[in-house]
Design a protein around this ligand. Sequence first.
Ligand code: NAD
Length: 234
Amino acid sequence: MSPIALSDFRSVVFFIGAGMSAECGVPTYRGSGGIWAQYDYGEYACQRAFDRNPRKVLDFHELRRKTVLDCAPHAGHHALAKLQAAQPRLHVITQNIDGLLQRAGVHVAAELHGSLWRVRCARHGVHEDLAAARYATRACPDCGAPLRPDITWFEDMVDEDVFARAGELIAGCELFVSVGTSAVVYPAASFIPLAQRKGALMVEINPEATEASKLFMRTLREPASVALVNGFAP
Ligand code: NAD
């Protein structure tokens, strides 16, 4: 099949999930090697756990940061960065918190579930924390309260502004490419039927069929590192 030319579309959205990072070695959440098969989220990934024991929760997230720092972006990340450099109408929306797209030079329009590389204070807002595996600081510089990771944990509300921005881009796109998402984590997964209802050309990149596969007109049953290199032209 010939590559899809992005220049044929007025607006393009690439919608990214954990499968994009799987080939880099970042564990997924579900399945046998998944994080929540090893760790109880109630102990490490919800506000209640943080309120009980911020130190334990931050230690766990430092481990996650170390895992990600030991990984590097793959050929698909670099291909996406090149496509975007040539085609500014390409918008990237991710469910991932690992920052691997940005490390490859991709501009990300919306991080739906936040970032491992930011922390926030309930009163004083968000701080970048790109230091290293270790957090640069665990206490808010303004009030001294413990800083929590700026990611969407279990039982958290999603960030409405971020979702609204992503929804606008998706409702207006003419080509929607889903990469490595199982399409079962809501509300993010609802963006797939939204794009389809709005009439976008729907393309799925995933080695396996998903619950949303029937909504796609084209499927690339390949790993992201292959499909993003061969499947598209600027
Ligand atoms: P998921 O784990 O539910 O599904 C991953 C999907 O990727 C599967 O359908 C799988 O078949 C596919 N996949 C596996 N290898 C692939 C490859 N090489 N190329 C393309 N696809 C591949 O992930 P999800 O749908 O993103 O939902 C999980 C939630 O967990 C997300 O909201 C995300 O925020 C979060 N999460 C993030 C990370 C991360 O930041 N890297 C990791 C795990 C989970």
